[in-house]
Design a protein around this ligand. Sequence first.
Ligand code: SF4
Length: 700
Amino acid sequence: MTAVPTHCPYCALQCATTLHQVSRPGAVEVRPREFPTNRGGLCRKGWTAPDVLTVPDRLTVPLVRNAAGELEETSWDDALDFVADRIKALQAAHGRDSVAVFGGGGLTNEKAYALGKFARVALRTPNVDYNGRFCMSSAAAATNRAFGIDRGLPFPLADLGGADAVLLVGSNLAETMPPAVGHLQGARDAGGLLVVDPRRSATASLTDDGNGLHLQPTPGTDLALILALTHVVLQENLSDNVFLGERVDDPDLLVRSTASWWPERAERVTGVPAAMIRRAARVLAAAAPVRGGAGAYILTGRGAEQHSKGTDTVTACINLALALGLPGRIGSGYGCITGQGNGQGGREHGQKADQLPGYRSIEDPAARAFVAGVWGVDADELPRSGKSAVELINSLGTVGGPKALFVHGSNLLVSAPNLASVRDRLSALELLVVADVVPSETALLADVVLPVTQWAEEDGTMTSLEGRVLRRRVAVTAPGDVRSDLAVFAGIAERLGVPGFPTDPAEMFEELRRASAGGKADYSGITWERLDAGEELFWPVPAEGHPGTPRLFADGFATPDGRAHVVPVDHRPVADDLQGEAPLYLVTGRLLQHYQSGAQTRRVPELAEAEPEVFAEVHPRVAAQLGIGDGRPVRLRTARGSMVLPVRITPDVRPDTVFVPFHFGGSEAVNELTNDALDPVSRMPEFKACAVQLTAAELG
Ligand code: SF4
């Protein structure tokens, strides 16, 4: 190996890197590579990603739990025989639905595709979903119903650079995707960076020098804030009425649904001053093309989406974008900032309960017939839509629920809400199989642990937050007896009497692109050869000579009538709102040094040293009321449980808010406290706000 071009293993920015061999076996050195999203930059996580390849507790051989309850090394054949025999016995006794599969938004496109096919064709179960349900599902649901399609950013990220204003709702880009901050410079220079966040995050603090505004609402009220921004735009006649007339189905609905959200009313709900709401609306409108501005973007992140009204909050953002005439215009638009590395591709290829490859609905007869044809099965035999992630987890081990679960690329015992319930459900299973790179919290509970390859050890494709399909390349040999998830699916499927699952990523991609042909996320024109030759194509790519589609909606939206659809929405309180005994809001979020459940980054010495443990950010006034100093312990208690954490006292959180990062496991896992109430449309759980009680405590 000399220099292998690939991409960072972590977030959906998919920063470009080259990997260089070093003398240590299995190790590489990483260098950033010029690419439009990262422009030669990497964050600290990307720079240290090679450390994950050689962590001391790397899983290298299959493990099966023995009679004494300990995980014991075994051969691949014995592990796969054991799993297949248990699946056969469980399905014979309890039916096909007694087995479930849970995937992840970090899996390559080929693995995500294979996982969905494995569930539907080899296991023939409807019980399949993935952790993307916890991430972008609200934005996906909202964009599907408004635009008829869901591609996180329907434009290249670099387009942001030319805009005069960017409204970020619930996104902390400066910590989650630091190289992306450079794309906000145009808006910052124009004084148009608008950040909605109940916490003064690193991103919100970018507005400190007069580059924009930080709107700091009460947790769970950003929907009301967006309705008020739209109200101002419409009432002050700042809207793009030509766009509304030509490209939107029902502009009057937009007016009616925001008429009662004058800024003073919104101030009472959100705490954001009415004058600031008016100012933000005018800054955003001035940047819109209809007012002669250079362009404006509205972007949402998990802070807006991880609520029991997340779909409606994103819908409100889309409605605001429609009022300003932004979507489908070069240099303007609405987009969702996808988080997980392949969060975009992960939701396109069929590992979601209600979807088939190509981002097709599993309930659509034509889609079922087409995909069944590619898979060589009878469409009538394909399972129907299954349960969403939380509902699937809650059904595990119950009467009539799944008795066995495969987990690939997900660490449920850190990342799912209401962990005590998750632990109970996983413990009630008769068979838990976890394929992972390291002994994650979830793997340690498993009956069978299968060691699988990770980023630099495998070929594959990933789809970035822009919908750009990228090549991941192998640079080192995996240690020990590690195999790809593709080999796991193939090995078990064969033992279940369903041969023919490719183990070669190129072969699997070839099948994937055929299965996607004609779907919303059409990869049919993307060949392995094109990717190998260095092309990085935005889907849809409906033919082999097609150049890809960097910008969507220029000629119409993907709805039956070609117009964007207004869905009227209204504010409602968080599901677990403040009560007398729980008078504060618990808000969770991310840190610069860690990624998702932290299973990888907590094992990187430099990152672990920089942020070694969980903490609770508390406002100085609250700390004074409790009589506690910085670093002292507090007990957080919600309706789900309680935990003791050290305090960081900071004015960056509101006096009614406690912030805790969610990257930590075991007794440090804040998802012990979070609420699993679901959004009725997307089935997203309400990670981002619940009532919490705070008391002084003793550590340990
Ligand atoms: Fe880039 Fe994200 Fe990797 Fe950081 S974690 S280097 S922002 S892809």
